[in-house]
Write a protein of this length. Structure first.
Lengths: 253, 253
């Protein structure tokens, strides 16, 4: 059986007026089902572009992508995305936002409401169903985004710096919650981040990106038991290794 | 709040005082410049005439603007969504919206004769351009992430239109509607002076021929009052329909 998410020599070039920009070159990724994989790198290294490509929202200039045994041609029905700026519809209540992905699939209203209720409960949003997004805090909005992504039972969860805009406490809380959800649902997660700590707290594997053109410099296995302690020597050793790989002096949070 | 609202009456009160002063000072003979009291009496003595003409004007504007709404909003949603349509229509829209509807009165009379038809046609034109341009603008300004969310969810084009494009453009559509109603009201009065034998425009022009300056001024007051009421009505509906926008836009100091 092939890998669950597979990229073979994927490249992306943006044509420009004077010169074209090569955003990604020779990306090879193979993810097993149920893996939690982080794409780590500085901003502008192409990690988000790769996620958009795997999500089917952008086209690769070269290479093949397979998601859930299907060659990618537009967004996969087996994947769901969580965006950094949460992507909630401001004119819909939390309930209707969470129901949207199901509505897009033609799920019946009664079933939508029931499933939404379940995932709102899982993400700690019971009682907020009738609120509008602007009435919620940043952390709660992102919970709604995650709840919406989970409703269709995706085999792959693609997350584009979902906690990037949150304060440290909220971020750490949501990281814990995400791990709990992941352990329950066992979906494959592809998670883009620029935070070394975040990558090490969450991932089974960290793919380290270097920029211009974006490529994968290293594939680091994180074999630490969860919950992970950032103060433990093993964690700190891995963090130091990653820092060296991206060429940063410190965690550039 | 109520008291503050009353501040809006202050300029009108000053105008009334200046008017009365001009009458007392006999700036113009009483035949040309009637006193406020005499004009007020028009609303008692000639109420049926004024109300009848006002209703005729209102009917034309409601018909013309409704037709413009039904035509321009769907068209604007399509143009805003599909680049090809935009390229195709952009120049035409810019050309036609620069033509004042009044300039088309002679043509309207030639093609449609005297009566309701030319007036409604001109109001339709006056309303179409602001509605069309604002609808397109509203669609253009949709957050890109939201469209990505819809694509990733594999939402049908119909659902995208209904649940995303239309509600996102709604505030701009209402801005267009306010402009359209204002423009339509200006147009109806002018059109009635030439093309029809009823309505406030006709009433004013006719009053000039019979030296009824009190009726002229009464007509002008009614035109202004209805203009204000129509604008308030559109704002009220907008506040209802776009309730989700509360708290998203900055309130003036």
């Amino acid at each position: 059986m092939s890998k669950f998410i597979e990229c073979v020599s994927v490249g992306k070039t943006y044509p420009g007026k004077t010169e074209s920009v090569e955003a990604l070159r020779g990306i090879d990724i193979a993810c097993d089902e149920g893996d939690f994989v982080c794409l780590l790198g500085r901003s502008g290294c192409g990690k988000s572009t790769l996620l958009q490509i795997v999500a089917g929202l952008e086209r690769a200039s070269e290479g093949q992508i397979v998601v859930a045994n299907r060659e990618l041609d537009g967004p996969s029905p087996d994947a769901a995305i969580v965006f950094q700026d949460h992507g909630l519809f401001p004119w819909m209540t939390v309930q209707r936002n969470v129901e949207f992905n199901m509505k897009a699939r033609g799920t019946r209203a009664a079933e939508r409401a029931e499933t939404a209720r379940r995932f709102l409960e899982m993400t700690g949003l019971t009682g907020f169903a009738d609120r509008y997004p602007h009435e919620l805090s940043g952390g709660m909005r992102q919970r709604v985004g995650i709840a919406r992504a989970l409703t269709t039972g995706p085999k792959a969860l693609l997350m584009d710096e979902p906690f990037g805009a949150l304060d440290a406490q909220t971020r750490s809380k949501l990281q814990d919650e995400l791990l709990q959800i992941w352990e329950k649902q066992r979906t494959t997660v592809l998670f883009v981040t620029h935070s070394i700590d975040e990558a090490l707290l969450l991932a089974d594997r960290v793919l380290v990106f270097t920029p211009r053109p974006g490529r994968i410099a290293a594939d680091i296995k994180v074999d630490l038991p969860r919950p992970r302690a950032p103060q433990s020597p093993a964690f700190m050793a891995l963090a130091a290794e990653l820092r060296g790989l991206i060429g940063a002096d410190r965690d550039f949070d | 709040m109520q008291l503050r609202r009353a501040l809006g009456l202050l300029p009108l009160a000053l105008l009334l005082v200046a008017w009365q002063a001009a009458v007392v000072a006999k700036v113009y003979p009483a035949v040309l410049l009637p006193s406020p009291e005499k004009v007020a009496m028009v609303f008692v003595d000639d109420w049926d005439t004024v109300a009848g003409h006002a209703l005729a004007s209102i009917g034309r504007v409601v018909t013309g603007i409704s037709l413009a709404f039904l035509f321009a909003v769907p068209l604007g949603l399509m143009i805003g969504r599909y680049r090809l349509l935009d390229t195709m229509t952009d120049w035409s829209i810019q050309i036609f919206r620069s033509i004042p509807p009044i300039a088309l009165i002679p043509l309207a009379l030639l093609f449609l004769g005297i009566g309701d038809k030319p007036a409604i046609a001109l109001i339709f034109l006056a309303g179409t351009w602001p509605l069309l341009i604002n609808t397109i603008f509203g669609v253009r300004n949709i957050e890109r992430t939201l469209i990505k969310v819809a694509r990733a969810a594999r939402a049908s084009e119909l659902l995208v239109m209904k649940d995303i494009i239309l509600p996102a453009a709604l505030p701009a559509i209402f801005t267009g509607l306010r402009l359209a109603v204002g423009g339509g009201w200006l147009t109806v009065v002018t059109a009635e002076m030439i093309a029809v034998k009823s309505g406030l425009g006709y009433m004013i022009l006719n009053a000039q021929l019979t030296f009824r300056s009190d009726l002229i001024i009464a007509g002008i007051i009614v035109i202004g009052a209805i203009g204000l009421l129509a604008d308030q009505a559109v704002r009220l509906v907008r506040a209802r329909v776009c309730r989700w926008q509360e708290g998203l836009t900055a309130a003036p100091e």
